[in-house]
Structures are given as C-alpha cells and as structure tokens.
Design a protein around this ligand. Structure first.
Ligand code: ADP
Ligand code: MG
Length: 277
C-alpha cells in the first residue's frame, strides 16, 4: 500500500473527484409510533448545509428515533410507523420512486457503540458499504478510496501500515473513526451520528470532535449528544427535544447553539442545559 497519493479519483462507478455541493436536510411534521405508542409529535427541523446540528434532550425523548427516520431505518422495525416528510435538498427521501439504497447512500450513520466488522480487515471495513450499495470499484479505485476515507476520518496515519489487520484490533476511538471512514466510502451528503463519543474516553472524544469539524466542510452533520460541552464545542445549531409527562417527544426549542446555552427562551431548556434534569 506504499503508493503515492493520487490527485483525483479514477472514473467508473465512483462519484466524481469534485464533491457535490453540500446538502441541507429538512424534517417536516414528523410524528412516529411504535404500535399505538406515539414517540414523536410533529417535529420540524431544518438542518442546514455545511453545519453541525446537535440534538439534545433527556433519554427516551425520541432523538434516536428521529435520527433513524432521517435515514429510513425506522421502517425496519415491524411495529413502527410515521407521518411527515424528510427532504434532502428539497427531495423527499420517502418518495416511492426513490430506491431505499439511494436514500441510505446519501445519508450515512454512525452509532454510539463502534461497530466495525471485527474480523474483517481495516481495508475491507472501509469498503464494506460499497458491496451493500453495489458500487463497482477496481483495485486502484479501492486503494484511493480507503486512503481518502481513512484520511478524512483522521485515522490514516495510525493504520496505513496495517490495513490488513482486523478492525476489531483497534482501540475504541480508532474503531469509531473506522466506522466514520466506512460511512464516508459511499460519499454520503449527510452524516448522522448517534452519541458517537458516549462510549469513548476524553482523548478519543476530542479526536472525533476535531474530525467532525473538518468533515463538516464536505458533509452536513447531525449529532445526538448528552454532552453539553460537546454540543457547544462542535455545533452551530441545537435542537432541544423533550417528552413531557408521558407525551410524545417534541422540539421545545431550537436555534443558534450559543444563544440556546446563554439565553434559552424556554425555562425547561434552561434547566436542561444547566444540568437540572
Ligand atoms: P432517545 O434516543 O431520545 O433516548 P429513543 O428514540 O431511543 O429516545 O426512544 C423514544 C421512545 O421510543 C422511548 O419511549 C422508547 O422506549 C421507544 N422505542 C424506541 N425504540 C423502540 C422500538 N424498537 N420498539 C418500541 N419502542 C421503542
Ligand atoms: Mg438514543
């Protein structure tokens, strides 16, 4: 793998070397149910292109459900149903004409617990998404993609000499960055991250935050976090979710992160961001 870095991605099935313009994501009037149990009530949120949006709020208020709706993963649960629309650059990802695989390709997801394929090599882990989406790439293209995705995920220097080692042998923080690299390989336009640092130590958390702040130049990011300092460090915009006394989750307040922490409009936001519940 000791190859010189290439200047541009070779052609064929792979996306062009010129990145697509950044995408905005919009949720309109999203309500969600598991069976009869309503867990989200008319949630609307615009997640602008090229910024990090943080979703905050107590456990059980529907943040993960909301994120999974943005990625069409909610529909994988047999009892789940939903109402509303999700638009990426104005196009409804639930449009019957759009293939599920296309929607998933344009919206990547990283979970709380790093989940690389443990026995699979680091190299193959990065490329795992290509097989799922049926994207053809020859050897040179694969090498290029592995290097560029690992570089973007801030992991290349640490692993370039052991790309054939199993992904499961990396540290937790490295595994999470490998998962980020894997999600980038299909060139998503939006990256959803559900508490990506909750299982990591503070040093790894910092590295991932720095990675996110670099990545947001290429991909719109939505992150769920319970760490208020993290929300302030990384996000431009913040949305506070709450499910008050048995009611479905809803957004109490959203807006500029700085403003939300320094002068929240709603008393419940004030209490939450100050650790009072
Ligand atoms: P958060 O991420 O904010 O902690 P979740 O979206 O995980 O909240 O959960 C919101 C609500 O939906 C909770 O009441 C939870 O129990 C319920 N829920 C989540 N996933 C499922 C599921 N697969 N089946 C049934 N109920 C679920
Ligand atoms: Mg959650």
């Amino acid at each position: 793998f000791a190859r010189l870095p290439r200047r541009s991605a070779p052609a064929l099935d792979l996306p062009p070397a010129e990145p697509e313009p950044l995408a905005s994501l919009e949720a309109r009037d999203i309500s969600a149910w598991f069976g009869d149990h309503q867990v989200l009530d008319r949630v609307s949120l615009t997640m602008p292109a090229g910024v990090i949006t943080s979703l905050i709020g107590p456990s059980g208020c529907g943040k993960s459900t909301f994120l999974r709706i943005l990625n069409r993963m909610h529909e994988l649960v047999p009892s789940a149903s939903l109402a509303g629309e999700v638009l990426i650059d104005g196009q409804d990802i639930y449009n019957a004409d759009r293939k599920l695989v296309e929607a998933r390709k344009s919206i990547g997801m990283v979970f709380q617990k790093p989940n690389p394929f443990p026995a699979m090599s680091i190299y193959d882990n990065v490329l795992a998404g290509l097989k799922l989406t049926g994207t053809h790439a020859d050897r040179d293209q694969r090498d290029f993609l592995v290097e560029s995705c690992l570089t973007k995920a801030g992991l290349w220097k640490e692993v370039k000499d052991r790309l054939r080692a199993p992904g499961g042998g990396l540290s937790g923080g490295q595994q999470q960055r490998l998962c980020i690299a894997r999600s980038l390989a299909v060139t998503p336009r939006v990256l959803l991250m559900d508490e990506p640092c909750s299982a990591l130590d503070p040093t790894s958390t910092r590295v991932i935050e720095e990675t996110m702040l670099e990545l947001v130049n290429d991909v719109t990011i939505v992150i769920v976090t319970h760490n208020m300092q993290q929300a302030q460090r990384v996000s431009t915009q913040c949305a506070f979710f709450l499910a008050a006394q048995g009611t479905p989750g809803a957004i109490v307040e959203h807006g500029d992160t700085e403003a939300m922490f320094s002068e929240p409009i709603d008393a419940r936001t004030f209490d939450y961001v100050n650790g009072r519940f």
